[in-house]
Write a protein that binds this ligand. Structure first.
Ligand code: HEC
Ligand code: HEC
Length: 341
């Protein structure tokens, strides 16, 4: 089944390449990952489309005053998270409400944002563009800026072969750039793929602990079950999380289970960036978990809420989490800023 799917993707890319003569770009479907959920048939990735998306991602023309780009809050060196702010900061230093999540392996996920408020990659940028705390720009104004900008009309034509730039092409180009961001080459992946000598003893002990205590939520290979949970950060919730979308009291204080891949790089942690270190995160699970009506049952199995962990076990788990870092992804030149030499 997996192979069949991979072939369909390749075939649709090839078919498109024949039609408009845009060279296809190869999407990487790692063998042990679930099949990609992205709708490639509507928006096949081509070389000009991908390169255009890359430019757009790094271009400050996206903000009302042309000062802030997507990359201000999503930095490649830290797997496209934001190392500088707990809560992200946009145009005119306006403060948002949540921590900017990393960007990779989006093609395999079915919901986005901390509350799952967006369920298709193609719609993600709209939120960032029009959000007054992020880019604060009307989509129509952005499109007319792009149409007037010297560098873009020809590039859009090369990618989509239409007379004028419209918002769908802009969104498609950004998606083409972002879905190609696949991160599956950490030391952990090399270990899983047969290179058993790549992990040290402590890291292997940490892996076993994570498998017994964390993977019902942070499930491999993506290290998320793509669901929502309350992991005990608070008793009262200023940010109601998943309940904002579902309007159900049962979802108050539940947030998207984030991936643990590249987690060494993506601090600060949690939806509000409250923890600076992995040590603090593990101490939270060990002794900081707060009870509330929606606290996940997995964290309520003992007399006091939380996960039973010794200090040695915490250290082993942190050692393992660092094996999930994928520098080949954070240093991949295909995703780097095209405006820099
Ligand atoms: C001011 C900072 C900021 C800017 C600028 C920004 N983002 Fe984000 N981004 C965020 C925050 C914060 C979230 C999480 C929002 C939430 O959960 O409510 C987010 C979420 C995302 C996600 C979802 C990731 C996931 O796994 O759920 C993607 C993808 C993304 N942004 C892409 C972009 C793109 C593309 C642009 C440019 C058009 C952009 N961002 C501009 C801060 C920013
Ligand atoms: C009941 C499900 C559940 C279990 C079990 C669980 N987590 Fe989490 N984890 C979450 C959720 C949900 C979040 C995000 C919470 C938020 O931001 O409000 C999270 C966040 C994290 C983060 C922060 C990631 C980031 O990008 O901000 C780390 C690190 C983490 N968990 C590690 C672990 C480890 C290690 C274990 C096992 C010792 C574990 N978790 C067990 C659900 C769980």
């Amino acid at each position: 089944m997996k192979n069949l799917f991979a072939w369909l993707v390749v075939l649709s890319l090839v078919a498109c390449a024949d039609e408009d003569e845009s060279p296809a770009v190869q999407f990487w479907q790692p063998d042990d990952f679930p099949p990609a959920t992205y709708t490639f048939q509507n928006n096949p990735v081509t070389a000009p489309g991908f390169e255009l998306g890359r430019m757009l991602f790094y271009d400050p023309v996206f903000s009302r005053d042309s000062t802030v780009s997507c990359a201000n809050c999503h930095l490649q060196a830290v797997a496209f998270a934001d190392p500088a702010h707990k809560i992200s900061v946009g145009i005119n230093d306006r403060i948002g409400t949540r921590n900017a999540p990393p960007i990779f392996n989006l093609a395999f996920k079915s919901n986005f944002f901390w509350d799952g408020g967006v369920n298709h990659i193609d719609f993600i940028p709209i939120n960032a563009i029009v959000n007054p705390n992020e880019l604060d720009q009307d989509i129509d104004v952005l499109i007319s800026k792009l149409n007037k900008y010297n560098r873009y009309p020809q590039k859009f034509k090369d990618a989509f072969n239409k007379a004028n730039i419209d918002s769908q092409q802009m969104l498609f180009a950004l998606s083409q750039f972002m879905v190609m961001m696949v991160s599956a080459n950490s030391r952990y992946d090399q270990y899983v793929n047969g290179n058993k000598s790549v992990l040290a003893e402590q890291e292997i002990r940490g892996l076993a602990l994570v498998e017994s205590k964390c993977t019902s939520c942070h499930t491999p290979p993506l290290f998320t079950n793509d669901g929502f949970a309350n992991n005990g950060l608070d008793t009262e919730f200023t940010d109601r999380g998943r309940a904002i979308i579902t309007e159900s009291e049962n979802d108050v204080g539940k947030f998207r289970v984030p991936t643990l891949r590249n987690v060494e790089l993506t601090d600060p942690y949690m939806h509000d960036g409250r923890f600076r270190t992995l040590e603090q995160v593990l101490t939270h699970y060990q002794q900081g978990v707060k009870d509330s009506p929606t606290l996940d049952p997995l964290l309520k199995q003992n007399e006091t809420p939380g996960i039973v962990l010794s200090d040695t076990e915490k250290a082993d788990i942190i050692a393992f989490l660092k094996t999930l870092t994928d520098r080949s992804f954070t240093q991949d030149k295909r995703f780097a800023n095209p405006f820099l030499p």
